[in-house]
Design a protein around this ligand. Structure first.
Ligand code: SIN
Length: 311
């Protein structure tokens, strides 16, 4: 009932982790693969291991989370070895996230992936808001086009990109026009809403240490922004570019809303961090119950079919 066709493969359901949550080590990744999730993505990697920002750097709050992790990861070779080892044991393709500190680092990693035996899907993260001194690439439109031009001059494996939220229709138009020039497999909207500030009133203090408390916001706070980005790109991109919907999915209804806006796969970050991998059983069951109540047998019957108010 929840089966989803994506990159020439039928996934059991569209649910995944969002990169960054429960995907740093092989143990966490194995737990995701053993969970009800239809697929999983590895932690955004750089060429070399990174410690990331000082702690506390992730903080759960009642309506979501704030983080400034700073891309801690175990390095390209660690995740590539893992993915190549496991891809023959797991049925579903593995999603592999990279987030270089420069154009050159992204190109170098993609060259390694291209030359490797990895046969899954690569996600190029152009939207990390948490590395001091490194602005989010995807807010620089010419730079995004320059990177994608370089990437697609040699990279032939399935590739998606992870985008930050946009807040203006002109920006949706401009970014979509750029993305439509490239054979992208998907666009993942959205990464956290960058550089929010959460305050502990009792302590009269910020709650995370890096960047004087500024960090990416996730969870319930960001669902309307995530839905708008999914919808905006679904209605602007070539149909061959699928949408991965990320942001504010806490229950089956949130998942249903993302699918109605046009998402094909769904990633869960903040709520996975709060509940652990058992969340995928709950959300899959809740989504199925909503579909049953509405009389839908497959997701394709309602995907993207959000209604407008016409008069
Ligand atoms: C981080 O490691 O700082 C989070 C990565 C991201 O938001 O892209």
């Amino acid at each position: 009932m929840l089966q989803t066709n994506f990159v020439d493969y039928t996934f059991e359901n569209p649910l995944m982790n969002a990169s960054g949550v429960h995907c740093m080590t092989d143990k966490e990744l194995d737990e995701l693969s053993a969970s009800k999730a239809g697929a999983f993505v590895t932690k955004s990697t750089t060429i070399n291991l990174r410690e990331g920002n000082p702690s506390p750097r992730y903080y759960d709050v009642p309506l979501g989370s704030i983080n400034s992790m700073g891309l801690p990861n175990l390095g390209l070779q660690y995740y590539l070895d893992y993915a190549i080892d496991r891809q023959d044991k797991f049925d579903a393709p593995i999603f592999f996230s990279i987030a270089g500190m420069s154009v050159a680092e992204n190109i170098e990693m993609l060259e390694v992936i291209q030359a490797s035996d990895f046969n899954g899907v690569t996600e190029l993260n152009l939207s990390c808001p948490n590395v001091p001194g490194k602005p989010q690439v995807a807010y620089d439109f010419p730079l995004t086009e320059e990177i994608l031009t370089k990437v697609f001059s040699f990279f032939t494996k399935p590739l998606g990109i992870k985008l930050p939220p946009y807040f203006d229709l002109a920006h949706f138009d401009e970014m979509a026009a750029i993305l439509n020039k490239f054979p992208l497999t998907y666009v993942n909207s959205i990464n956290s809403v960058g550089n929010g500030l959460y305050i502990d009133v009792e302590q009269e203090s910020v709650v995370i240490k890096p960047k004087d408390g500024f960090g990416g916001i996730g969870g319930e706070y960001i669902k309307p922004t995530a839905l708008a980005n999914v919808r905006a790109f679904y209605t602007r991109l070539n149909p061959s570019i699928k949408i991965v919907g990320t942001g504010g999915i806490r229950n089956g209804q949130d998942a249903f809303e993302h699918l109605l806006c046009g998402a094909t796969m769904l990633q869960i970050g903040t709520e996975l961090h709060k509940e652990g991998p058992a969340i995928f059983d709950r959300i899959a069951a809740e989504l199925e119950a909503i579909m049953e109540e509405k009389g839908y047998e497959t997701i394709d019957e309602f995907r993207g079919k959000l209604k407008s108010i016409t008069d």
